[in-house]
Design a protein around this ligand. Structure first.
Ligand code: SF4
Length: 100
């Protein structure tokens, strides 16, 4: 499956939600999570994330591997999100720092 990493936290642009064909995305106050049991590995969400927060699980660097389990757990604990939401306050400033 694909995995949302900590780069999403505090931005939560949700472009990913609008392209996912199978409604994988769950959401909390901070970020989105991918339900690994639904993800069909299409990769469509990767290029639309403005901060590059989404990676294939097998391409995660060692220091991000914990996000596989975090996505699995948080997706089970949080509601599905099926349409885009406004980004969190400060998301554009945070994105500028990430992409700097
Ligand atoms: Fe959805 Fe495809 Fe991203 Fe999986 S890889 S979360 S199926 S858009």
């Amino acid at each position: 499956p694909y995995v949302v990493t900590d780069l999403c936290a505090g931005c939560r642009y949700t472009e990913c939600v609008s392209v996912c064909p199978v409604e994988c995305f769950h959401i909390d106050d901070s970020m989105t999570y991918i339900d690994p049991t639904n993800c069909i590995d299409c990769g469509g969400c990767v290029p639309v994330c403005p901060v590059g927060a989404i990676k294939a699980a097998h391409k995660l660097p060692a220091d991000k591997l914990e996000w596989i389990e975090i996505n699995r757990r948080r997706a089970a604990e949080t509601p599905v999100v099926t349409s885009r939401l406004p980004p969190l306050p400060g998301a554009d400033e945070r994105k500028a720092m990430i992409l700097r």
